[in-house]
Design a protein around this ligand. Sequence first.
Ligand SMILES: C[S@@+](CC[C@H](N)C(=O)[O-])C[C@H]1O[C@@H](n2cnc3c(N)ncnc32)[C@H](O)[C@@H]1O
Length: 182
Amino acid sequence: MASARPRRAKIKPREEAAHFSSLCKDKDGFDVKFINSFKGRGVFSCRPFQNGDFLIEYRGEVITKSERENRQKVYHNALKVFMFDFRLNGQELYVDAAKEDNSLGRLVNDDHVNPNCKMKLIKVDGKPHLSLFALKDISPGEEIAYDYSDSDWPWRCKLLSSQITIVSWAGLMQLIICCPHN
Ligand SMILES: C[S@@+](CC[C@H](N)C(=O)[O-])C[C@H]1O[C@@H](n2cnc3c(N)ncnc32)[C@H](O)[C@@H]1O
């Protein structure tokens, strides 16, 4: 009779995040797809993930507030969105992921209504890293998205105005159905 193989303990999400951060490598299980010309590319799962799992690091250069201000002066608008702010020991810092380096984190889109992951700060060898962790179970084929937090991001206005249009069309249809002879 074959002896039962001991089960390997599942690595803790924060330890896994630290492991991939130290290797500067992304974990398997994700695809990059072009969504449309408005949203651009996005990152999609190609296997299931569990609530709490480490997903992807937001890899980039850690810079200070004054360096961020210098870069904002020279960056094109499309690059300014790649600065992610965080606080460490009371200091305002940023991860600048503007450089196209084939990493996945910089391609994860915003969803402030129904995000499936959350950005968390972890320390690896004393240095700050930002990583995405699942907020719920994620099925293969789902887009990975987190809440970029409160800011008047232009795409959110566009979403709102299209919703208002839909609401008013729905209202108009209701009027026609209720009062067909008016
Ligand atoms: C950090 S990048 C994400 C990757 C980007 N989609 C790409 O192809 O490079 C942020 C940019 O993605 C787009 N984006 C992110 N979330 C979006 C959303 N929910 N709807 C539309 N566009 C979005 C915006 O153009 C934003 O400036």
